[in-house]
Structures are given as C-alpha cells and as structure tokens.
Ligand binder design. Structure first.
Ligand code: AMP
Length: 420
C-alpha cells in the first residue's frame, strides 16, 4: 500500500480530501479551527516535496448549488494563513474553470475548491421536494447515480494522485471520499497523515489488540450503542457499562432506580447482553453505587447510595466512590483501552467526578504502557474538559466514523484505499 511518507509529490498535483467542516459564527468567522490544523501536516508535506494541492472539503448541509452560507470562501484567508501560501479559490468545484485552475497549479501552489456538497452528486442523494412521488424518487436516484459518475471523474481529472485525510467522512461512500479512489492506481492513492493515525489507532484497538482489553461505554442510551456493545463482546476482556445506560441494566436486574434514565423497552436486551458476555467470557462491569440528585441540575441536593436502591424522585447522575475504585482498578490493569461516552453528566461540575476519575485512570494506564483510544461524541469534550487529551494515546477526530469502525463495519473511505 502506498503511504504519504514514501510518496514523492515533486511535480505532481494531489487531490486532497480534507474535513474542513469547521463551525462558523453569524459573521462567518471560524470559531474552532482544529479540523483545518489537523490536515496541515499532509498539505505541508505535499507542498514541501514540490507538489501542488487541490484541497476539497464539504461544509454543513447545503440544500442547493450554491448555498453561500456554506461557502468555503469564508475559510480561505485562514487556510492561506495556516498553510503559509496564498491559496487560490475555485468558486465551483466541478466546472471548466476549476479544471483550468487545477491544471495551472505550479509546484508549491494550492487551490481550494468550493464546497463539494453544493453538488448533490457528492453524496449521490437527489434533492427532491417532499411532495415527490415514489416513481419520481426512483428516477431521480438513478439519474443522480449516473451524474455522480461524471462528477467523480471530473474531480479525479484534476490530479495525478489522491490523498484522503478526512476520517470524519470515512464512513460515507461519497464521490470524493471513496468513489474517486477508483480513478487512481494503488501507487497513486493513499491516506493523509491524520487518516493514517486514525486507521492505526482503530487497528491497535480492534485487531492488533494487546490484552487485557477494556472498553468503557458511557453516554446516555443503550439503544444508540447496541451494535457497538455486541461487537465489543467478541473482542474485549472487560466491558464497563456506565453513564445513563447503567440504570437500564440495574432495573433489568431487579434494582430500584428511582427517576434515573431508563429505556424500558430495552430491559430484555440488557439481560441478553449480560448473558452474551457470560458466554463469551467477558467481564461485564456495572456500577455498584451512584451519586444521586433530587433534580436534573448542577445545584440539586445529592447523596451516595447503592446503585439499586435509588429512592423515588431521585436520579443517578454520576458514579459513587466504590464504583470509581472498581472502574479505575480494571482500567489500570489493562493493556488496551477504548473509551466512548462520559460515565455521568459531566457537563455539570458536581456530576463530573466519575468521568474525570475514568479519564485519570486511563491516563495512568497509558503512562504505564497501555494503548488508549478515546472517541465518539462527548468523550472528546470530556477529555478536553479535564485536560487529559495529551495523556491518552489517541483522541479520535471522527465521531460517526469511529463509532462505525468499532461496530466492526468496513468504512468505504478506508476500503477504497486499503482494499479492505
Ligand atoms: P452519548 O451521546 O450517548 O454519548 O451521551 C452523552 C450524554 O450522556 C452526555 O450529555 C451526558 O451528560 C449524558 N449522561 C451521562 N450519564 C448520564 C446519566 N446518568 N443520566 C443522564 N444523562 C447522562
């Protein structure tokens, strides 16, 4: 497989798919440029080699072409500043002007294409009025699939090689994330540095795993994590179930959970998962005590109780001290750790102690040689809040993509380059 480090970009034009879907304020100013910074090593390497780059990204969910509140022109100046070159801008990502601008690029130059998703062909989903009939929908779908081929071929025609550095969209089989790769032979397509780090991190956790492997699944609902839990039950040694999910399990086991979060239609599923864990020799670790509150608020009255003795009108919002100790001991004895989802309502300072303790135990295990991957939604906010991001092995940038990877799915953006 080709790698960005081995590849010499001198004299080549590279089509680089990045994820510059950054948040903007009402004045179209960037409020968090982390996603742009994350792609800089890849872009800088290509330019330093003497190559040129065609930078392509989506932003937001545009509904038409053009939909200027999602224009990448808003970020052009900042991209130029961070990259240290005067980046050119193609106001349409797939027309003759863009093709000419790409062809005119000299070594060391960069061109930013307008938002790929201005074209419905990027996602391959036709934009139809709600009133469209099923027949109209089917015909439009077919037509868009056809025009998507042309769109993809146009994008591919700009470059000699293809680099995918957009892990955040790797779970989508879109024109610029997966389909375009077919236009380049295996020596001329590769992951960018960011994508490579993500792929390696997932691999270290899901396939080349050092044992014992502990996954900590937190967050609010069992229903959104079923597939992940089922897949993890075939991989882990220990599965810590925490956060809002706890109480569905506790109730299923006959405990009293007061007004804690609970999915009553998932009680049987909780028992099934516990059975599956037993059959697979996986230790399922549940909370034994909880910090409970008399309302869902940071300033609520609180007390610590056994997790299955929560009085009516009270709700469990964080781990109790015994649970903290049990979780920390399991984590510290692990060689591979995956953390997805806070173990309490960490947004409220008074209920963040349990999540912080989990983060600190992971940091200690990492210091002692374990590999730790944190990712998916709120877990990233969590490690950032506690200042632990640089004390774990890897914090994933791809929410949905990471979750699909740990569900055990093949991600189209990865498959298109690696072949599996
Ligand atoms: P998710 O998006 O499923 O990872 O859920 C994250 C959310 O779960 C965060 O906003 C947490 O505040 C919330 N959460 C964690 N523990 C609890 C709990 N015990 N009760 C209610 N919400 C919780």
């Amino acid at each position: 497989m080709q790698t960005i480090d081995k590849f010499n970009f001198a004299g080549k034009r590279a089509f680089v798919r990045v994820d510059f879907n950054v948040p903007l304020n009402e004045n179209f100013e960037i409020t968090d440029d982390n996603r742009i910074r994350a792609a800089l090593p890849t872009l800088k390497k290509i330019l330093a080699d003497g190559g040129s780059v065609i930078i392509a990204s989506h932003m937001g969910r545009p509904k038409k072409n053009p939909d200027l509140k999602y224009s990448l022109k808003s970020i052009l100046a900042h991209v130029s500043e961070l990259l240290g070159v005067d980046v050119k801008f193609a106001p349409d990502c797939a027309n003759e002007e863009a093709a000419k601008m790409a062809a005119a690029l000299k070594p060391g130059e960069a061109l930013l294409l307008e938002n790929l998703r201005f074209y419905e062909e990027e996602e391959g989903k036709p934009r139809l009025p709600e009133t469209a009939t099923d027949e109209e929908k089917a015909a439009a779908k077919k037509a868009t699939k056809e025009s998507q081929k042309k769109f993809t071929a146009t994008l591919a025609s700009y470059a000699d090689c293809y680099v995918n550095d957009a892990f955040g969209t790797a779970h989508r089989a879109h024109a610029s994330t997966a389909l375009i790769a077919k236009y380049f032979d295996e020596n001329n397509k590769m992951f960018g540095y960011l994508m490579e780090k993500e792929v390696i991190a997932v691999q270290k956790v899901m396939t080349d795993t050092a044992h014992p492997f502990t996954a900590i699944m937190g967050g609010s609902k069992v229903s959104s994590k079923i597939e992940i839990i089922e897949n993890l039950l075939t991989k882990v040694d220990n599965l810590i179930i925490a956060g809002g999910m706890t109480y569905t399990f506790t109730k299923a086991l006959g405990g009293k959970i007061g007004s804690s979060l609970c999915e009553d239609d998932k009680l049987d599923l909780a028992l099934e998962l516990l059975e599956k864990a037993k059959a697979n020799n996986v230790k399922m670790i549940l909370a034994v005590d909880a910090k409970i509150a008399d309302s869902f608020s940071n300033d609520a009255n609180t007390k610590f109780v056994p997790v299955d003795e929560i009085p009516d009108g009270w709700l469990g919002l964080d781990n109790g001290p015994e649970t903290e100790k049990i979780f920390a001991n399991v984590i510290k004895a692990s060689k591979t750790i995956l953390w997805n989802g806070p173990t309490g309502v960490f947004e409220f300072d008074n209920f963040s102690h349990g999540s912080r303790a989990v983060g600190e135990a992971i940091a200690e295990a990492t210091k002692n040689g374990a590999f730790s991957l944190v990712g998916g939604g709120d877990s990233v906010a969590c490690v950032n809040k506690f200042g632990l991001a640089d004390k774990v092995s890897y914090v994933s940038t791809g929410g949905g993509a990471l979750l699909e990877a740990i569900e055990g799915r093949v991600l189209p953006g990865i498959e298109a380059i690696r072949g599996y």
